[in-house]
Design a protein around this ligand. Structure first.
Ligand code: FAD
Length: 378
């Protein structure tokens, strides 16, 4: 998603752009079951996709709007609500399939003049004074002024550039599935914090909810091994039956969770963005939103450099992008990490203090509004 959005954004800004990917995205078809990988897109991401001319196609294909968010604590009953109306908006965001976003972006790359090389893998690259040369696994060679790496959390390009990462393994997995609930989701993203990790129920366009249930590795394994009836019961109990009983479920998948931040976002004629630069806990639903903010920042930085007649990949230009995004992403990543840690507290005084904090926050409109605006990407 992030690499395709970057290629399109840079091509639309007038840069000659090529996109390399190891695999073609799977075609998205309305008749297919809703894919298990979904994301909550914040207003900043929707604005970028709209600017790139793909948002209306995504929205009309299959996107679940949500206007409310209700977050509550299983241990002390404290809750916080976010309402689009309080922010002067119609909606807080949309839940969409990763595959739909990527596929829609791919459909317009050719018309935007992006040269697509797929399947293609970079074997090695070398930055020289005025260009970077890429050797592809196919034996082909490519030259460019700038190499933009959006090749995911394991980023082979980041490794080739010698950029280290720091962070921690949460020793947790997110179990995901789509469930049919007894009561409607009311266009609300629900999230219950349990001592073992958060359970989110995200509203899908077809009335079902997509669950993201973060659990310690061993418990996630046990939950995945349950038969469907036992899994439905377990989700019902974990969600405190907030949407009633769970009537049906799809198959499940699980994703390991970690916090990972690249130590630098740039080296010579090279920048990182998306999960290649940062991987965050999904509890705030912000991973791809941060990646799309990287895209907007990179495009704006390169356009400004071109306007000033500078080399778009000059070290000071790339440092400007890297400095801005690394500090914003670091703050967010550690904020989400702190939330995960605070919600793991189990000693009664700390649980009570957490409840007090959440209740106060819910009543402190200006602070709550700032949090909501930040999540929206403002
Ligand atoms: C359970 C879960 C729930 C989440 N929920 C949310 C949410 O609600 N909101 C949100 O914003 N984020 C969410 N996220 C995070 C979000 O899914 C990721 O941030 C996002 O998918 C990252 O996109 P990306 O394009 O940076 O990386 P990827 O999707 O990993 O894409 C990497 C691309 O690089 C290509 N590639 C890899 N290696 C090579 C190579 N050697 N050569 C060529 N190409 C290569 C791959 O084929 C792929 O196309 C969630 C994550 C999880 C696990």
């Amino acid at each position: 998603m992030v690499g395709a959005a970057a290629a399109l954004a840079l091509a639309r800004a007038g840069f000659a752009t090529a996109l390399l990917d190891a695999r073609e995205p799977r075609p998205w078809r309305a008749a297919d079951e809703v894919d298990l990988r979904v994301v909550g897109l914040a207003p900043s991401s929707i604005a970028l996709l709209d600017e790139l001319g793909v948002w209306s196609a995504i929205r009309s294909s299959r996107a679940g709007p949500y206007a409310h968010m209700h977050v509550w604590d299983s241990e002390n009953g404290a809750a916080i609500d976010f309402d689009a109306a309080d922010e002067g908006r119609d909606l807080l965001g949309y839940i969409v399939e990763n595959g739909l976003v990527q596929w829609t972006l791919w459909q317009v790359l050719d018309a935007a003049g992006v040269r697509r090389l797929c399947p293609a893998e970079v074997h090695a690259f070398e930055a020289r004074e005025d260009r970077v040369t890429l050797d592809l696994a196919s034996g082909e060679s490519l030259q460019a002024r700038l190499l933009v790496a959006a090749d995911g959390a394991a980023s082979p390009l980041r490794t080739m550039a010698g950029i280290e990462t720091r962070g921690r393994d949460y020793a947790q997995r997110a179990v995901v599935a789509h469930v049919t609930t007894e009561h409607p989701h009311c266009d609300t993203a629900w999230q219950r914090f349990l001592p073992s990790g958060p359970l989110a129920l995200l509203p899908l366009a077809d009335g079902r909810s997509s669950i993201v249930w973060s659990l310690p590795d061993d418990e996630a394994g046990q939950v995945q091994a349950l038969d469907d009836a036992a899994f439905r019961d377990a989700v019902g109990v974990a969600s405190d039956f907030r949407l009633g009983r769970i009537l049906a479920t799809t198959k499940r998948a699980a994703f390991p969770l970690r916090l990972q931040l690249a130590e630098r976002y740039q080296s010579e004629r090279f920048v990182l963005l998306g999960d290649a630069a940062h991987v965050v806990h999904p509890l705030a639903g912000q991973g791809v939103n941060l990646g799309l903010r990287d895209v907007a920042e990179l495009r704006d930085t390169l356009v400004a450099a071109r306007l000033q007649g500078r080399d778009i990949a000059a070290a000071h230009v790339l440092r400007r992008y890297a400095r801005r995004r690394l500090s914003a992403d670091t703050l967010d990543a550690h904020g989400f990490d702190a939330l995960a840690r605070i919600h793991a507290w189990q000693s009664p005084p700390l649980v009570a203090a957490r409840g007090l904090g959440v209740r106060m926050l819910d009543r402190l409109s200006p602070l709550k509004r700032r949090l909501a605006a930040h999540a929206a990407g403002n």
